[in-house]
Design a protein around this ligand. Sequence first.
Ligand SMILES: C[S@@+](CC[C@H](N)C(=O)[O-])C[C@H]1O[C@@H](n2cnc3c(N)ncnc32)[C@H](O)[C@@H]1O
Length: 314
Amino acid sequence: MPPESRITNHESRATDIRSALGHAIAHLELEHTPSAALAAELLLMHALGCDRTRIYSHPEQELDAAARERYFSLVAQRASGVPTQHLTGHQEFWGLEFEVTPDVLIPRPETEHVIEVALQRLGVESGGATPRRNANLRFADVGTGSGCIAVALAKEFPAARIVVTDISAAALDLARRNAARHDVADRIDFIECNLLDEFHDSRTTTPESRALDLIASNPPYIGLHESATLPREVRDHEPHMALFGGETGTEMYAPLIAQAAMLLKPGGILVMELGHNSAEHVSRLLTTPEWTDVALTNDLAGITRVASARRSVS
Ligand SMILES: C[S@@+](CC[C@H](N)C(=O)[O-])C[C@H]1O[C@@H](n2cnc3c(N)ncnc32)[C@H](O)[C@@H]1O
């Protein structure tokens, strides 16, 4: 038995749901685990295969020894820094459930702003029935990871075709599984390449070949110099190729914006998530005749989170 799956004397006395939850929260708080109560709840739901309602409607329910062992093993792993999502194997994004593994970035709530901005810039309300929503649009998602952006867009635009890229073959495998899970895999092309290189190379770059209506991306944007400041669950458990954009963290934006200028239709939209220090750098890159209607959007915490722009018609 691995050491982390051994349960303490205290924990072995936690025989019902209420006391197990209490012990788990205390253990996680002792190890300074962020959002300890939420993690304890999610792991208990996972260990018991039940929903939150059952936990709170039957707190007196007894847990057998196997369930306790399962639960406190998960709690010990979380306390040692393993992200909750790696233990439960999933994360919600845009109201959809995504499989998550250590091969991909765990989808973040702030990335939902990328989808919101894409919808706004394409003139569509979420879930609304506008003709544009059902048009045969063509999108790209660069650095797709779990596939969360592409799948959310595919759900919002039922007739759109989407090309997704990633340099990680393992990430693309997972993105494929997530697309299949949500019945949109037949409208998505998965390409293993740097940024949009492969897609770009397969086309000439004449005005007629600019075929995309939207390019969305949440590129790696953390600077290598910031590595030591990251929480251990991020630095030690999420793929470095998903986190680090280079020494400063802003290195991906210039080549991405240059390719987007070649591949978007005139009037097409570019939407990119921003790192905490990249807004000025990215705004400057978009101050060229190829781009109009440049906008920066803040997240709920007031941090500039998304840059978007329209490809000029000329
Ligand atoms: C920040 S993660 C975003 C993942 C996902 N789109 C999301 O929002 O959760 C960046 C992704 O870009 C991929 N990536 C890193 N460098 C890349 C490159 N040069 N070309 C294509 N993909 C890249 C990583 O493997 C990772 O999956």
